[in-house]
Design a protein around this ligand. Structure first.
Ligand SMILES: CC(=O)N[C@H]1[C@@H](OP(=O)(O)OP(=O)(O)OC[C@H]2O[C@@H](n3ccc(=O)[nH]c3=O)[C@H](O)[C@@H]2O)O[C@H](CO)[C@@H](O)[C@@H]1O
Ligand SMILES: C=C(OP(=O)(O)O)C(=O)O
Length: 438
């Protein structure tokens, strides 16, 4: 497979592109369809690899997944014939994404058992699943580690429970939602994550018949019901993809209109973009992100759970910060190992130093544990082309932006990984005037 992009940098990215539904909502809404006893319709579904992975897993369980051709990006999901899948078949999906872990609740309710293969997803930290297993046990599930995955059983109907997360994990909050909606009685979850994609998942579940309330102190209360129906839902736009293109506009001195981007879920990013010096034009149909023409400003930034600055925004923005005047500090507090992608940027001429200490803000849980999770970026740096290999989804997109901003030619290997979360990114690059060959 020709998985290398040869990029000739130095041309500003200019033009309009469209973002569709959020990867981090679409995959979960597809899993939610498994909870209903009627078909569901999901719209605004992007053509990305993670959607294919979840469709494959649903089909193994007898859910009929139909893609309706046309601009709506419509998926019909019919769960009326859910079956126990062969473990060997599920195992074929091992390492492909993190979504299989979210099948637990729906499968326990529908079939009384579930098998979770070894998970994939970006290698940006250890990414353990201890919180997931803890909450499932508290609902009454029996969890057993097997050589190639985890077997989970529900000897009787799962029971609502009181839960408090040690850290507001997105996936564990979704695990609790997808498990509690059909459990018997009330579930109360405190220290929950409240990312916009979680709120959209709650909207999906409410359409299916669930009763869920979100309190101001990040507490979520779910009253279990006996059955759920189908849903018709338009997925929220991908705020991570939108911010990635915004960072590309800054890094390449460009001007990109991201159609479909929505202000509401991006406010924290938009404030940072403006502080760096970027120009914004926020419209009803999308957001225009452009370079001001003069210098960019350095800044101090810390990633955090919502409503903080999302960790998935961090990597593309770091590329833009290599072009800002002065010293920027980035403190990554969500994943212990999400700055490794900067080594390739340094190879391209960026001035980036990594530190074990928590720099620029409050101490985080990684501070005393020897993880290189703070970066000091000194700019503006002249980037030059290099041979680089995509390490993970956002890191890969960031390498691509750096190659586009650099002088000369770069070869970016492993480019296929970017398809996991960026719809038609090569076409979009072409529309923005990028100079590259596959
Ligand atoms: C498919 C999807 O939606 N992925 C998103 C989701 O990932 P994901 O749901 O995997 O991320 P979490 O919020 O669960 O992880 C946050 C932190 O909690 C830790 N943790 C998590 C679970 C657990 O059982 N034990 C544990 O220690 C993780 O290692 C990490 O350090 O939220 C992340 C944080 O916004 C995003 O970067 C990912 O894009
Ligand atoms: C970390 C990410 O995704 P995943 O959880 O699917 O690996 C991401 O989207 O940046």
């Amino acid at each position: 497979m020709n998985d290398v992009l040869t990029v000739h940098g130095g041309t500003p990215l200019v033009g309009s592109i469209q973002v569709r539904g959020a990867k981090n909502l679409v995959s979960k809404a597809m899993v939610a369809a498994l909870l209903g006893d009627e078909p569901s319709v999901l719209r605004n579904v992007p053509q990305i690899r993670d959607v294919g992975v979840v469709s494959g897993l649903l089909e193994l369980h007898g859910v009929h997944v139909e893609e309706i051709p046309g601009p709506e990006g419509e998926l019909r999901l019919d769960p009326s014939n859910v079956i126990q899948a062969h473990v060997a078949d599920i195992d074929a999906h091992a390492g492909s994404s993190r979504i299989p872990i979210l099948f637990c609740g729906p499968l326990l309710h529908r079939l009384g058992e579930a098998f979770i293969p070894d998970l994939g997803g970006c290698r940006i930290g250890d990414r353990p699943i201890n919180y997931h297993m803890d909450v499932l046990r508290q609902f009454g599930a029996v969890v057993e580690k097997e050589p190639n995955g985890i077997a989970i059983r529900a000897p009787r109907r799962l029971q609502g429970t009181k839960l408090k997360l040690e850290y507001p994990s997105v996936g564990t909050t979704e695990q609790v939602l997808l498990t509690s909606v059909l459990a018997e009685g009330v579930t109360e979850l405190t220290n929950a994550a409240i990312e916009p994609e979680i709120m959209d998942l709650i909207a999906v579940l409410q359409k299916m018949g669930a009763i869920i309330s979100v309190d101001t102190d990040r507490a979520i209360r779910i009253e279990g019901v006996d059955r759920l129906g189908g849903f018709t839902h338009r997925a929220m736009p991908d705020r991570i993809e939108a911010a990635s293109w915004a960072s590309a506009a800054l890094a390449t001195k460009g001007d990109i209109t991201v159609l479909g981007a929505r202000q509401q879920e991006m406010m924290t990013f938009l404030n940072v973009f403006r502080k760096v010096g970027g120009l914004l034009d926020i419209g009803d149909d999308g957001i225009r992100f452009s370079h001001p023409g003069g210098e960019l400003n350095s800044l101090v930034l810390e990633t955090d759970v919502h409503p903080g600055f999302a960790t998935d925004w961090q990597q593309p923005l770091v590329v833009a910060l290599t072009q800002a005047s002065g010293l920027s500090i980035v403190h990554e507090t969500v994943y212990e190992n999400r700055l490794g992608f900067t080594h390739a940027l340094s190879q391209m001429g960026a001035q980036i130093q990594l530190y074990r200490e928590c720099l620029g803000g409050r101490p985080c849980r990684f501070g005393r544990r020897n993880f290189m999770h703070s970066a000091v970026i000194s700019g503006p740096a002249k980037l030059h082309g290099a041979d680089i290999t995509v390490p993970d989804l956002r890191g890969g997109f960031s390498h691509l932006i750096a190659a586009l901003a650099a002088e000369g030619t770069s070869r970016v290997r492993g480019i296929g990984l970017i398809d996991r979360g960026y719809e038609h990114f090569e076409q979009k690059l072409q529309m923005l005037g990028a100079n590259y060959e596959r």
